[in-house]
Design a protein around this ligand. Structure first.
Ligand SMILES: [Mg+2]
Length: 264
């Protein structure tokens, strides 16, 4: 293998099983990749607290991107001269202020703020409970919403949010009101930083399972999609995309293995 390999990966449904969030069966493989000096960078809608817990479970300190590209963490682990945290988003209170003052009341009335719901409802929506639910709710740069209008109203809402410099981002389980950030933009930032410090050629592998990963995958050298039965393949339009037969976590190992063979 020549040059440095970076793997940007979504977590839920891609590296973590969509229902159980387990990844134990591929832990050894992940550690093997890290031992070969391959960098693995989680790029997720999850919060900083959640990804730190993932790092703890893995037993490794990975650099990562949280809340749909809002912040980059731990770049100092790659090079001491790099900052520990890079923030690419405005704070959520600022986003909320814009949302409430600029979006039309009729559309706002169809939005349910997940943070305001009862504990049991939040637990159901996130598929989490206890400490894990608390970590998922510790959001600095995104506001989880449930939209109760119809399809056309959702399009109107999304457009109106975009016109006001924000984004509405559909994740695996929830929709988030975010700043004008994305997984792809944050990834490009990280690549730019890497290029400053790495003299070797970079090969970029992207791994995802859903629509919200596509623009990240389109900006990689090798795009990998982990099988997700809720996501129809006709929607992707990426050259030579590697698709796994198995779901996460085993599907992650399957596609990364094929991608690394391509680079060899
Ligand atoms: Mg996902």
């Amino acid at each position: 293998m020549s040059g440095k390999i970076l793997i940007f990966t979504d977590l839920d449904g891609t590296l973590l099983n969509r229902d159980t969030f387990e990844f134990g069966t591929i832990k050894k493989y992940i550690k093997h990749l890290l031992s070969k000096n391959i960098s693995i960078i989680p790029n997720s809608s999850k919060t900083e607290a959640e990804i730190l817990e993932f790092n703890k479970e893995l037993g490794e300190d990975l650099p990562f991107i949280s809340e749909n590209g809002a912040a980059v963490h731990n770049m100092d682990l790659i090079n001491q001269s790099l900052p520990k945290k890079i923030i690419l988003s405005r704070e959520k209170n600022e986003l909320l202020k814009i949302f409430k003052s600029k979006i039309n009341d009729k559309l706002i009335s169809k939005c349910k703020f997940v943070l305001g719901l009862k504990e049991s409802e939040k637990s159901k929506i996130f598929g989490l409970s206890g400490e894990k639910l608390n970590s998922a709710l510790k959001r600095d740069f995104s506001i989880p919403l449930l939209f109760e209008g119809n399809k056309n109203e959702k399009i109107d809402l999304s457009q109106s949010i975009k016109n006001n410099g924000l984004t509405l981002q559909d994740g695996g389980r929830i929709t988030n009101l975010c700043d004008k950030v994305s997984k792809a933009l944050a990834m490009k930032n990280v690549i730019r930083i890497f290029k400053k410090t790495e003299k070797q050629n970079l090969s970029i592998i992207g791994v995802g399972d859903n629509l919200n990963d596509l623009d990240m995958l389109k900006n990689c050298d090798i795009a990998c999609l982990v099988f997700n039965d809720k996501f129809k393949l006709e929607k992707i339009n990426i050259d030579n995309c590697i698709v796994s037969k198995k779901p996460a976590p085993e599907g992650w190992q399957e596609v990364v293995n094929l991608a690394l063979e391509k680079i060899k």
